[in-house]
Design a protein around this ligand. Structure first.
Ligand SMILES: [Zn+2]
Length: 425
């Protein structure tokens, strides 16, 4: 297996004469420039960084002296974080906050900010797509500057042929499109692709010739990844990113051992979520990042809320870009009963197409679980058995664990919600 990582070209082009061994020095220099730019142009950072001397940022440990930026700062936006006038912004993204009536987060990007995302996607997609490939994009594609649009631009730059189809509305139609267009690579939302795979398996319309799949925009359970790999006989890659990162954050290589991070554009840290102390490689904590090249709305030490760790040691692909372990949970999720625990239990079952979960406070707490099955008659017992094997439910018999209310519906075709989190009622 050839594991050489095309992201090396991206890194070399960014660092130029400095060479990849100089990555840390490059990051510190860019962070100093970002601090000076943000303090000079953003009313929020002018106040937030009062008295901070950028020259102190001469070692990675010194980065820990900078204050964090939080999601609440973005939502409040008073004083504003934006560094430029609106006329210099070409893309605004509004992120509603699920489960609350609070104000949304707004992110602002200049054309150059977006160009750097296209550049990262271009080289990141080269890990799995080749010139001449047909690549089906099942992310939202309608808005100029949105994820589907930027990915399509990156793929054209790579010499591939993107088909910007958007999220799956009808599994049968999408499977027919894959066959008709002889698609080589598919990029989409994990649960949607899983639903496509299940639909194809049940109806005998599984695609042939799909060589690779890229999953992004939501957590991908190991059981889901394994199912896709097995059902479509393809290589499955995972991308990590959030809008605040400028969409792109990291992508795994052919060794499939963690996301190689977009470190020439973003400086990543893992910190203790309670104390805020920087943690050593290998230790689990909250992922924090600073933008290094962004001009419209730079973010300095932004707390992502994602829990993960840096994977210590080099990757077999030889890339100098550090790796982050697959992000499984958000801060605040119970380790005993989180979405990833449910994903692992349920997506291991062929009959499960999808599910929704609502957690109700109480004593014991109650979980409403609505499971969609391709075969309701045979599937329900297996679902119940898989859930009972989760310790949080077993403990419900007297140890203050979780009480379960299970409903199941049979579905011919998968529903197509874009993104899901476990709702807390
Ligand atoms: Zn690698």
């Amino acid at each position: 297996m050839n594991t050489a990582n095309p992201l090396q070209h991206w890194l070399s082009a960014k660092l130029g004469a400095a060479g990849e061994r100089e990555l840390a020095r490059y990051q510190l220099q860019r962070l100093r420039e970002t601090v000076i730019w943000a303090r000079g142009h953003s009313p929020f950072y002018r106040r937030h960084l009062t008295g901070f001397d950028a020259a102190r940022l001469d070692t990675m440990n010194a980065v820990g002296e900078l204050p964090f930026t939080c999601a609440a700062d973005l939502r409040r936006n008073d004083p504003p974080l934006l560094c430029l006038s609106q006329s210099e912004i070409c893309r605004v993204v509004t992120l509603e906050t699920s489960g609350t009536s609070g104000p949304p987060k707004r992110l602002y990007f200049t054309r150059d900010d977006q160009e750097s995302t296209i550049d990262f996607f271009h080289h990141g997609m080269a890990v799995l797509a080749h010139p001449g490939d047909t690549v089906l994009i099942l992310f939202p594609c309608r808005r100029p500057g949105g994820i589907g649009d930027l990915l399509a631009s990156a793929l054209r730059r790579l010499g591939a042929r993107p088909i910007a189809a958007g999220p799956v509305a009808d599994a049968a139609q999408t499977l027919a499109l894959i066959a008709r267009e002889q698609v080589d690579v598919i990029a989409g939302i994990p649960r949607q692709l899983r639903a496509l795979a299940r639909h194809g398996a049940v109806h005998g319309t599984s695609p042939v010739g799909v060589r690779a799949v890229l999953l992004s925009a939501d957590q991908a359970a190991p059981a889901l990844v394994e199912d896709l790999r097995h059902t479509w006989r393809c290589e499955v890659f995972e991308h990590y990113g959030m809008t605040e990162m400028g969409l792109g954050g990291g992508v795994d290589c052919r060794a499939h051992a963690g996301y190689h991070l977009r470190e020439a554009d973003l400086l990543f840290e893992v910190v203790d979520p309670d104390t805020g102390q920087r943690l050593a490689d290998g230790q689990y904590g909250e992922v924090v990042f600073s933008t290094l090249n962004r001009r419209g709305m730079p973010l300095i030490r932004y707390r992502s809320g994602d829990i993960s760790r840096f994977i210590p040691g080099p990757c077999e692909c030889g890339s100098a870009l550090r790796r982050l372990e697959r992000v499984r949970d958000r801060l605040g999720a119970s380790p005993r009963l989180s979405l990833s625990v449910l994903d692992d239990a349920l997506f291991a079952l062929d009959e499960v197409v999808d599910f929704d979960a609502t957690l109700h406070d109480g004593s014991p707490p109650r979980l409403e679980l609505a499971v969609q099955l391709s075969d309701a008659a045979a599937g329900l017992d297996r679902v119940r058995a898989a859930l009972i094997a989760i310790p949080a439910f077993d403990d419900a018999r007297g140890n203050g664990g979780f009480c379960l209310e299970l409903t199941a519906t049979a579905v011919a075709t998968a529903p197509t919600p874009a993104k899901r989190r476990m709702r807390i009622a």
